[in-house]
Design a protein around this ligand. Structure first.
Ligand code: HPA
Length: 267
C-alpha cells in the first residue's frame, strides 16, 4: 500500500504539514533533509510531465518542521481530471498532517504587484466551472468554502513575512483551466470580477484539502503581468525563468512560518 511504502522509507513519525510546490519553485525541495520517493512508485500520484515540476514526494525536516513536500503537482489541463491531486492530498492527511500550504506561479492583474511579488491568497474565484468533487457520492461533497484559506494560517504567514521584512501582498486568485494562457478580454473580465492573480492550479487542491479536513493556505509567486497588461510574451519558459525572482521571498516567508510553528499551539 502507498502509505506503508511511504512509512517504510521515511519512517512512521507523523508529518506536521504538506507543501505543494508550483512551477519553477521546486528547489525548495532541495532544502528538505529527508527521503525522496518518485511519484511513479506511488499509486494514484499522477506523474505528469510539466517541465519545471519535480515529480517526487519528499518527507523530512524543513526549517525545523517535519513536512511532506510535493515536488510536482498534477494539473487539470494535463489529463482533464480536476481531481488529479485527490490521492496525494488524502495521503497527506493519513500521514498525520492537518494543514497544507500550496504555492503557485501566477499572472498579476494588479499594477502594484509586478513580477517578483508574492501574494498570499485570501480567497479564490473558480473561473473554470470545474470541481474535483464532481462524482463524489457522499454528502461530504457539499464542502463549505468560507474561510477555505485558513484565517489563522494567513495571519501567521503574514506575521512571518512582516518579521522577515518581506512585502507580502494579499489578494484573490482566479483558476483558469489552461493550458493556453488567457486572452486579454478574459483577463479584463476576471479583473472586473475581483481577481488579483490568475493561474492554472491551487483551486481544485484547496477544495480537496477542505474536503479531507486539511487547513489550507496558498502563496502565489507572480511571474508576469496577466495577458494584455504588458508587452511581454507569455510562455511556460517565461514562467519558469521568472519564478526564481519571487521564490527567494517565498522561501523566506516559509522559513519564518515553519521555524515558529512548534511554538504556536493554535497552528
Ligand atoms: N496565467 C495563468 N497561469 C499562469 C500565469 C498566467 O498569466 N502565469 C503563471 N501561471
Amino acid at each position: 500500500m502507498t502509505l506503508d511504502l511511504i512509512r517504510s522509507r521515511a519512517g512512521a513519525e507523523p508529518v506536521r504539514l504538506g507543501l505543494i510546490l508550483g512551477s519553477g519553485l521546486g528547489h525548495l525541495a532541495d532544502a528538505v533533509d529527508g527521503v525522496a520517493i518518485d511519484y511513479a512508485e506511488l499509486k494514484g500520484f499522477a506523474h505528469g510531465n510539466v517541465s519545471g515540476h519535480t515529480p517526487k514526494l519528499i518527507i523530512g525536516d524543513l526549517f525545523g518542521t517535519r513536512v511532506a513536500v510535493f515536488g510536482g503537482r498534477s494539473h487539470y489541463y494535463e489529463n482533464g481530471r480536476a481531481d488529479a491531486m485527490r490521492v496525494p492530498l488524502e495521503t497527506l492527511g493519513k500521514l498525520g498532517a492537518d494543514q497544507v500550504i500550496l504555492t503557485n506561479a501566477a499572472g498579476s492583474m494588479r499594477p502594484d504587484m509586478p513580477p517578483g511579488s508574492v501574494m498570499l491568497v485570501d480567497d479564490h474565484i473558480n473561473f473554470s466551472g470545474l470541481n474535483p468533487l464532481i462524482g463524489e457520492p457522499t454528502d461530504r461533497r457539499f464542502v463549505n468554502m468560507v474561510d477555505a484559506y485558513d484565517p489563522l494560517l494567513r495571519e501567521a504567514l503574514t506575521k512571518a513575512a512582516t518579521t522577515q521584512n518581506i512585502s507580502l501582498h494579499h489578494g484573490v486568485y482566479a483558476w483558469y483551466s489552461g493550458p493556453s494562457f488567457e486572452t486579454p478580454a478574459e483577463i479584463r473580465t476576471i479583473r472586473t470580477l475581483g481577481a488579483d492573480a490568475v493561474g492554472m492550479s491551487t483551486v481544485p487542491e484547496v477544495i480537496l484539502a477542505r474536503f479531507f479536513g486539511l487547513r489550507a493556505a496558498a502563496i502565489s509567486v507572480i511571474t508576469n503581468m496577466a495577458a494584455g497588461m504588458s508587452k511581454e510574451t507569455l510562455s511556460h519558459e517565461h514562467t519558469k525563468a521568472m519564478a526564481p525572482l519571487g521564490a527567494a521571498k517565498l522561501e523566506t516567508v516559509l522559513r519564518g512560518y515553519l521555524a515558529n510553528l512548534s511554538q504556536h499551539p493554535a497552528l
